[in-house]
Structures are given as structure tokens and as C-alpha cells.
Ligand binder design. Structure first.
Ligand code: BDP
Length: 720
């Protein structure tokens, strides 16, 4: 009896452990769950269309494509799908243009000119009266992208009959920027430590590197900057380059190029030179030799990302040179090898506090046409800094002769870290769809970014990664959707956030429409919720300073004016908001006249951007009839209510989701709810001192005093 009981107990324990690990694996597997399709009929149908895999080509990439197909299909249809050498059954045929045999090429009738080097074609074909599905591209990497695209059809339970999809990425550089330090801390990272274990590299290859590459390839990301923009020159020493080389070798078969950040003063710090002046012959030579040494190890090295003369980083201005001198010097060094320089426009002068929002444009726009061909200027989505909402950056569209790449922030520095559920593709889409009017109506940011507006040769989108060594990669299970969505939008900046949410949910959780419908809506609404409870109506940068965790609209004691939230909201007895109109700093003038007019004019300025562009009185009448104070207070309350609704929605999903992820999200939403209330109460109590008005009905009374909120300190907030 005793033994029986013991056995029973150990069995229960074992099952508990198995279910825990299975759950943790679900967290780890991202959108590549490949769960068995629940609908029996659908499974049978797929099975009749896919009886085998026939693969052409013998590259590592082809092997990856074939293995991915095999394991994924086997898991999803629940029967082993094998790789064969003959087309004796309906098969998935994979192979690039050059590796397919003539019989298949003839049957397929594909015009490969319709795609670019990374593009793919999914086509139903028939050979000897037997139906097959061909996944092809000009190159093996295109085939790999095609494989993931095909698998996504099945993951989302779509039909695979009569396929004829032709797809190419619309941008060349689809890249993650890791703000990872060599000590493995991650600047603005909220998902653990850096994935790169520099100490164990190059000889120890963590399985995670491979899984990372696979996940990126599955969404079309083709580049990664391994190191922080606040750079450390040591990464360019042989000791570290050997490790970088090892990573590059892992990533290469997945179509991912490695890039590094270049610290401008590296020639001094690790080269023993006296200067880093970009016009100095020794400096020029040092970079040439350094670059050649990198390419010797990594022939497909992508190039450098540079933050120069910004927030204390060294740069050409230290030597009375300018950004063009600096960027072009490096561009010359990488040009013989086909490398690019991504030069960041995130600058704001220490001497000119007139309006920080104007500074990047003021400094960079005059350089239009002066950069070398292989320089691309990397511009943040908005003119200040990755806020919950910013109008699009005025540089977009304003440099017709210079390729500009987008920099989005996937990591949620200003949006609740990895604790708040915020679906960022909604934010990204809003920016990409914005009309710059630079070449007339319809000159959207997306058209600047994909190069179609000005016919740029190089194009790109960067996302500051939200990835760390947490089991689930991104800290919050739903933050995985932001990595996913970034990749999908980098591939196609015209994709709709709703489509992305739909895909991601089905690939990650469940295809059950009873789950998808409400949760998709929850994701879509989550972006506006965070704007409402943090920075409604165009408010910005009122987070507590340094770590940016929680509200700090009262902070006013930092040495530079633009480091202080009071600089951004300018609340006083007369009203609130930053006057960037003609009568203020005239930042609006940096936009094309049509856009400038819209923003400048109180009648036409979208209310969501009101306090970004205007200082208005507390009695200013909003479109809904409320005065500004009431309207603002109600927005804060609405944000809180939205999070409450998100909680309610999530609580109904227990039966569709594994217990671990269900609980994780539930706990995180609870924190988000508490923090949304914190934001609402702290901001309203603070602004109330200026408005002198009562809270309108419908807004809950704060449960703490302003002094209490002001006394909160977070010396160990992550990511700082
Ligand atoms: C700000 C971050 C800071 C980054 C900087 C940048 O607070 O950590 O170094 O941007 O983008 O958002 O360079």
C-alpha cells in the first residue's frame, strides 16, 4: 500500500514536471509551435496534399528548409512526412532556380524575374498528372522564406490548394539592433541578460543562437547588430572578433548577416592612435585595415551601425568634422567588401535647448546628397524618443537624395517594460501610414522606407530588440508578438497590424476563433490603452527619468533642460503642452507645407497630437465638448478601464491556453492594471496643481497623495 502510494506520488510529480517543461517549451517555441491540427478533416485534407518532401540543392540552408518542413508538417498533421528522392506521390518540392531539374522548371513555368534575390514563389504544379507544391526562389534563402510562409498557411489553417504566391521583401536590410553590452547587461533590456555569451564563445555554441537565427529567418529578418549603440571598442579586437565570427557562422545559413556598432574613438582606444579624426590618414588607414581584418573572418559581414556625437558618444564633431565626414570615411572602408554604414540621426545638441524635437532635422537635413552610396541614415520613428505616441519624424521624406532607414524600438523602454501588454505593430503601422506630403499626397513614410518614393538603392528597417535570455525570450509572452510583427512589417511595411495579430495568435496559441476574436481585439486596443494611461492627447516624455519606469511629470532638477519631463509638458496655470506651432518653436515648419499646416492649425491638428504641437488652456474645448482638463482626466481613466477590460478578456481564455502562459499573462495584466492606475493618479494629481479643477465624474479618486508618488524611487529598475 505504502509503495503504491509512493509510486502514485512520484508519478504525479513526474507528470507535473513534464507538464511544466512542456509549458516552458511553449514559452520558448515562440510562434513556431506547430501544434497538431485539431480539426480531423482539415488534417486529412492536408495529408492528401502533402505526402512527401522532395528537396533539391545541398546547401546548409536547403538542409534547414527541408528539416523545418519535415518536423513542422509531421507535428501538425500528426503523421511522419518523409523526405524522398522521387516524385511518386503528391509532394512539397523545394529548391532554388538553379537547383531544380528541367522537368520541374518546365512544369512550373515560373518567371524568376518577378522576385528579388530574397523572394520566393509558392506554386501548385502538376507533373505527370500528379499535383505538387513547389517552393522556390532565386536563392536558397528565398526558398527558406518560402518554406516559412507555406508553413504559416498551415499554422493558420489556410487552404494550400491552387497556390500561386509571389513575394519579395520590400526592404533590403531587415535588422535587429541589440543594445547588448559585453558584460551581458542589455541597455533598455527587460528580458534578462544578453543572449551572447561572450565568455564561452567561440568554442561553445549555445543552442539558443541557432534557435534565435531560426526564429528571425521565419519572419524574414536578415541582419543583426550584436552590440549596443553606446559602443565598446573592444568588440573590434581580435579576441572578440573571433567570437563574432562564430556567431556569424551560426547565422549565415539562416540568411542573417552580422553587423557591429563602431565606436568612433576606437582608433585611439584600441588602435593606439592619438586621434580619431576622420580626415587623418592614419585613422583612415586604421579603419581600412580593421575592416579588412573583419571581412577576412566574416566575408559577408554587413557593416557598422554608428551613434556619433549623441549623448556623450564620440564622433567626428570632436575634431571639428561633421557627420558626413565620419560616415563617409567608414563607408569607404567597408565599400570594397559590399558593406554598409548605418549612421544614426538620433542627435540632440548639448548647446541648443530651443526644441529637442527640431534638432535631428536641423543637423541632418542639410547633408542630403552628401553621403556616400553605401551610407543609410537611421532615423527613429519620431523626433523625440520612442514614446507611446509621436508624430512621424520630419526627416522622413525630407532627404530625397539620401536613403533613410526606420528605427523602431521593440523593447518597451517607455511603454511599461516587459510587464505591459502593448501590441506595437499598431504603433508601427500608424507611423508607416503617415503621409509626409513630401512629394504630394500619398507620400507615406512606408514609401520613403521601401525606397519607392525616391528610388533609393538601399532600404531598411531596424528594430531595437526586446530579446534576452529569459525562457520566453521577451519577458512577456505577448511581447513575442512585437518581435514577430516587427519582422513581418520589415518584410512588408504595408501589412496591417490586425493581420499580423491574427497570424501571430494562431501560430502561437490557438486557431480557435472563439479565442482569436476577443484576443486579437485586445491586442489591437492595447496600444491606445497605453497612450491613454501614460501620455494622452500628445503628452510625451513624462516618464520618471533615467530608467523611464513609471510617471515622473514633476521631475525638473536635471542639469540639461531637455532631460526633464517639465520641459516636455510645460504645464502651468494657463494650460499645458509644447507649443511647436508657428507662434512657438515652429517645429511644424520642418514638415512639408501640407503636413505643417495640419499640425499648426488647432482646427486640423489631430487631437491625439494636440499637446505635442500646442500649448492650450485648461478650458480649451475638445471635439467631444469636454474642456481639456476633463478630457485629459477621462482619457487617463479610459486607459485604466481598457486594461481592466483586457484582464476580463484574458480571464475567459483559460480553456484555450496552456496553464503556464495563461497564468503568466494573467499576473502581468494585473501588474499592468496597478501601474495604469499609478500613472493615472500620479499624473492627474500633479497636473491638477496647475489646472486647479476637480476631477470630472467618471474618474476614480486617487488613493494616494502626490507626495507619495513623488517619493517612489527605483534604484534598480532594469535596463538602465
Ligand atoms: C534612448 C535611450 C538610451 C539610448 C538612446 C539611443 O534611453 O538608452 O542609448 O535612446 O537611442 O531612448 O541612442
Amino acid at each position: 500500500m505504502k509503495n503504491k502510494r509512493k509510486n502514485f506520488l512520484s508519478l504525479t510529480l513526474l507528470m507535473f514536471i513534464i507538464s511544466l517543461t512542456a509549458s516552458a517549451q511553449k514559452d520558448y517555441k515562440l510562434w513556431l509551435q506547430y501544434d497538431k491540427i485539431t480539426d480531423h478533416n482539415l488534417r486529412t485534407k492536408y495529408l492528401s496534399e502533402i505526402q512527401g518532401i522532395v528537396s533539391f540543392g545541398n546547401s546548409e540552408t536547403t538542409a534547414i528548409s527541408s528539416k523545418e518542413l519535415q518536423t513542422a508538417l509531421t507535428d501538425m498533421v500528426g503523421t511522419t512526412i518523409s523526405v524522398k528522392s522521387k516524385l511518386d506521390q503528391s509532394s512539397i518540392i523545394i529548391g532554388s532556380q538553379t537547383s531544380l531539374n528541367s522537368e520541374i522548371l518546365k512544369a512550373a513555368q515560373i518567371d524568376f524575374n518577378q522576385i528579388n534575390d530574397e523572394g520566393f514563389i509558392l506554386k501548385s504544379i502538376s507533373i505527370k498528372n500528379r499535383k505538387h507544391i513547389l517552393i522556390s526562389g532565386k536563392k536558397d534563402v528565398g526558398v527558406l522564406y518560402g518554406v516559412y510562409s507555406f508553413l504559416r498557411l498551415i499554422q493558420t489553417n489556410k487552404s494550400i490548394e491552387n497556390l500561386n504566391t509571389i513575394d519579395s521583401p520590400k526592404t533590403n536590410i531587415r535588422i535587429l539592433n541589440h543594445w547588448d553590452n559585453l558584460d551581458r547587461t542589455v541597455e533598455r533590456g527587460y528580458a534578462g541578460f544578453s543572449l551572447w555569451n561572450w565568455q564561452k564563445l567561440p568554442d561553445f555554441i549555445d543552442q539558443r543562437y541557432i534557435d534565435y537565427a531560426r526564429a528571425n529567418a521565419s519572419i524574414g529578418i536578415n541582419g543583426t547588430v550584436l552590440t549596443n549603440v553606446n559602443a565598446n571598442a573592444l568588440i573590434l579586437t581580435p579576441q572578440y572578433l573571433e567570437k563574432v565570427e562564430a556567431l556569424a557562422n551560426v547565422f549565415r545559413p539562416y540568411g542573417i548577416k552580422v553587423y557591429l556598432t563602431a565606436r568612433f574613438s576606437a582608433p585611439i582606444e584600441i588602435g593606439g592612435l592619438k586621434t580619431a579624426d576622420p580626415k587623418d590618414a592614419d585613422v583612415i588607414n586604421w579603419w581600412k585595415e580593421k575592416t579588412a581584418a573583419i571581412y577576412k573572418r566574416i566575408p559577408d559581414f554587413g557593416g557598422f551601425l554608428v551613434k556619433a556625437n549623441s549623448e556623450g558618444q564620440p564622433g567626428p564633431q570632436n575634431y571639428n568634422r561633421d557627420h558626413v565626414d565620419g560616415a563617409n570615411m567608414l563607408a569607404d572602408a567597408v565599400a570594397p567588401f559590399g558593406g554598409v554604414i548605418m549612421w544614426r540621426a538620433f542627435v540632440y545638441s548639448e548647446h541648443d535647448a530651443n526644441d529637442r524635437a527640431k534638432q535631428a532635422y536641423a543637423e541632418f537635413q542639410p547633408y542630403d546628397g552628401k553621403f556616400k552610396e553605401n551610407v543609410i541614415v537611421q532615423v527613429k520613428n519620431g523626433a523625440i524618443d520612442f514614446q507611446p505616441r509621436e508624430p512621424f519624424h520630419p526627416l522622413f521624406g525630407a532627404m530625397p537624395k539620401t536613403p533613410l532607414m526606420m528605427e523602431f524600438q521593440i523593447t518597451q523602454e517607455y511603454l511599461g517594460f516587459s510587464t505591459h501588454l502593448v501590441f506595437l505593430p499598431k504603433l508601427f503601422q500608424e507611423v508607416l501610414e503617415s503621409d509626409t506630403f513630401q512629394r504630394g499626397k500619398g507620400s507615406t513614410v512606408a514609401k520613403v522606407i521601401d525606397g519607392s518614393l525616391y528610388k533609393n538603392k538601399i532600404t531598411g528597417i531596424a528594430g531595437v530588440a526586446n530579446i534576452g535570455n529569459d525562457i520566453n525570450w521577451t519577458g512577456h509572452p505577448f511581447a513575442q508578438a512585437n518581435w514577430y510583427g516587427f519582422g513581418r512589417l520589415a518584410w512588408n511595411p504595408y501589412l496591417d497590424a490586425e493581420t499580423i495579430a491574427d497570424e501571430w495568435l494562431k501560430c502561437t496559441f490557438s486557431t480557435d476563433e472563439n479565442f482569436i476574436r476577443p484576443i486579437k481585439q485586445m491586442m489591437i486596443d492595447s496600444r491606445e490603452a497605453v497612450v491613454n494611461y501614460m501620455t494622452p492627447l500628445g503628452l510625451h516624455h513624462i516618464m520618471d527619468t533615467g530608467h523611464h519606469y513609471g510617471p515622473g511629470p514633476w521631475v525638473s532638477n536635471l542639469s540639461r533642460p531637455e532631460w526633464n519631463p517639465v520641459y516636455y509638458h510645460k504645464a502651468d496655470k494657463n494650460g499645458i503642452g509644447f507649443d511647436r506651432s508657428k507662434t512657438g518653436t515652429n517645429a511644424v515648419a520642418q514638415y512639408a507645407p501640407e503636413a505643417a499646416h495640419i499640425f499648426d492649425n488647432l482646427e486640423t491638428c489631430p487631437e491625439k497630437d494636440l499637446l505635442w504641437f500646442h500649448h492650450v488652456s485648461w478650458d480649451y474645448k475638445l471635439k467631444n465638448g469636454h474642456n481639456l482638463w476633463d478630457g485629459m482626466a477621462l482619457k487617463y481613466q479610459e486607459g485604466v478601464n481598457q486594461v481592466k477590460a483586457m484582464q476580463e478578456t484574458w480571464n475567459k481564455t483559460e480553456k484555450y491556453v496552456d496553464s503556464e502562459r495563461f497564468k503568466e499573462v494573467k499576473m502581468l495584466l494585473n501588474i499592468q492594471y496597478q501601474e495604469a492606475k499609478w500613472w493615472r493618479d500620479a499624473c492627474l494629481l500633479y497636473f491638477q496643481q496647475f489646472s486647479g479643477k476637480e476631477l470630472p465624474s467618471g474618474v476614480e479618486k486617487p488613493t494616494q497623495t502626490l507626495e507619495y508618488f513623488q517619493s517612489l524611487k527605483f534604484p534598480f529598475a532594469p535596463g538602465n
